[in-house]
Ligand binder design. Structure first.
Ligand code: EPZ
Length: 455
């Protein structure tokens, strides 16, 4: 396993740019579509569980080992943030990482790093929980509309913290963290987890009401409890946290990624394939499985795998994204792509984020009949998609374009693939293993077209 994490720096996820006297080599994914997928694929650990758990190692009073850390750029970046704060991080073997955060002395995430990723907001809760202070730039992340952290701050204030924004950096501080009641105005994964991180060592009982219930929230609570925390109710509307003084070192294996699994399930369906998706928890896939069955996809469930294939024509549906256990917003672009080839009309409404349809214009380049109308996309099924050069605009939009390319006639080239690398481990290798004609490529550079302006 090579995170590109040698010594103190991480191999750039993108080649250095021209300003450093190097050529900009922009990578793309090149797919020759039309091949039905077959075989087996192994799902990696859940990105949206590993990211908060990596931040939560800040709270641990001893070294911690995570067994199955996927090699995706958001996680590599989170490791880099920890190391920049003074943590010791050791790669013990493929995907196995040791964290010793005892040497962190400064509760601050470097500004430039924090603003690059939404998950950096988890360091606010973890640093506040340990140091009673935290300085973290307002988070960045995929552009899905407005993504405030007001509910995170509401929870921190309830625990006795004061907060202010100074030069784009969120600062939180508390003389003491005292257990309290927090009612979330919206169902939010990030704020639910961040409140747990801040409360786990607070004095007394904290009660979180109107919580998000995603599987990764349960996994973060399980991780903290294995270290000695006292959290009950994760996965329900109400989570109760009794503050503890000490969290011991453990070895932990994170749950499989339900969204990666769903992405491969859709890819099998859209290519008319027949695959086995291994290392899944079928219960976590319930709403995805139900939705695919409604479209006409056959999904057979086993203990830790599902088999996905198509026996009859796919048909259009009406679909809404909702917080768990509803249909996950992170599967919306992928299923909308499947529906572009289903018979009849479909309407997919995005209820979680303000704007998660950037992929629609790219699918239209491939011949899809898909238009955005307010909070929904209207889709009329077409006979086929045709390969074209397209660009990813965010992580799941990128995954949707890969799925479209696998189904399309001809060649599809996908740009901005750094978005895809944020959340999918070895996506090209995994699809190649299922029989897809897919590879990395590079955009041509035109060095002899350089315009040199004489000084
Ligand atoms: C997490 O984002 C995930 N990211 C997202 O996955 C996922 O789409 C989302 O949860 C919903 O499941 C990570 O875990 C790193 P939210 P998060 O807080 O925590 C509003 C992917 O593709 N809100 O549940 O940012 C917010 O604007 C990524 O893997 C507030 O108003 O999501 C949004 O409309 C994309 N105030 C809604 O709640 C707040 O303080 C849900 O956001 C917080 C959120």
């Amino acid at each position: 396993m090579n995170f590109g994490f040698n010594g103190n720096n991480i191999k750039a996820q993108q080649a250095p740019n021209k300003a450093q006297g190097m050529w900009t080599i922009l990578e793309k994914i090149v797919i020759k579509g039309g091949l039905p997928l077959s075989g087996e694929v192994l799902i990696s650990a859940a990105k949206n569980a590993v990211l908060p758990i990596v931040a939560a190692t800040v709270l641990c009073d001893e070294p911690v080992i995570l067994e199955n850390v996927p090699e995706i750029s958001d996680i590599t970046f989170a490791l880099k943030i920890l190391r920049s704060m003074g943590a010791e991080i050791k790669l013990l073997s493929k995907n196995k990482v040791m964290f010793d955060t005892r040497k962190i002395t400064e509760p601050r995430v470097p500004y430039e790093m924090a603003k690059k990723m939404r998950a950096s907001s988890y360091f606010l809760g973890a640093l506040l929980g340990r140091f009673h202070e935290a300085h973290v730039a307002l988070p960045g992340g995929c552009n899905l509309g407005d993504r405030p952290i007001d509910q995170h701050l509401k929870a921190f204030r309830a625990l006795g913290a004061e907060e202010m924004l100074d030069g784009g950096e969120q600062y939180v501080h508390a003389e003491r963290l005292i257990g309290s009641l927090v009612y979330f105005d919206v169902v939010t994964v990030g704020a639910t987890i961040n409140a747990m991180l801040a409360a786990v060592k607070a004095d007394g009982l904290t009660v979180l009401e109107h919580c998000a219930k995603e599987p990764h929230i349960v996994d973060v609570a399980n991780f903290l409890n294995k270290m000695g925390a006292d959290i009950i109710g994760a996965g329900t509307d109400t989570i109760k946290i009794k503050g503890v003084k000490y969290l011991k070192g453990i070895e932990y294996s994170v749950i499989p990624d339900q969204i990666e699994a769903g992405t491969f399930m859709v890819a099998s369906a859209i290519t008319g394939g027949d695959i086995i998706v291994r290392n899944v928890i079928p219960k976590h896939l319930e709403s995805i499985t139900q939705t695919l069955r409604k479209i006409g996809v056959t999904v057979e469930e086993f203990d830790d795998s599902v088999r996905v294939y198509v026996e009859s024509p796919l048909k259009g549906i009406k679909l809404k994204t909702l917080p768990h256990p509803g249909f996950p917003t992170d599967m919306q672009p992928q299923v909308s792509t499947l529906l572009t080839l289903a018979q009849g009309s479909s309407v997919v409404t995005e209820e979680v984020f303000d704007n998660r349809f950037a992929y629609a214009k790219e699918l239209r380049r491939m011949g899809a009949d898909i238009t955005v109308s307010g909070k929904a996309v209207m889709i009329e099924g077409v006979e086929k998609l045709k390969g074209a050069p397209v660009d990813a605009s965010d992580l799941r939009a990128g995954a949707a374009l890969v799925i479209a390319g696998l189904a399309a006639d001809g060649v599809t080239e996908i740009g901005n693939i750094h978005y895809i690398k944020r959340g999918y481990e070895n996506i090209v290798e995994k699809f190649k293993g299922l029989g897809a004609d897919i590879k990395y490529g590079q955009y041509p550079d035109y060095p002899d077209c350089e315009i040199k302006r004489e000084a």
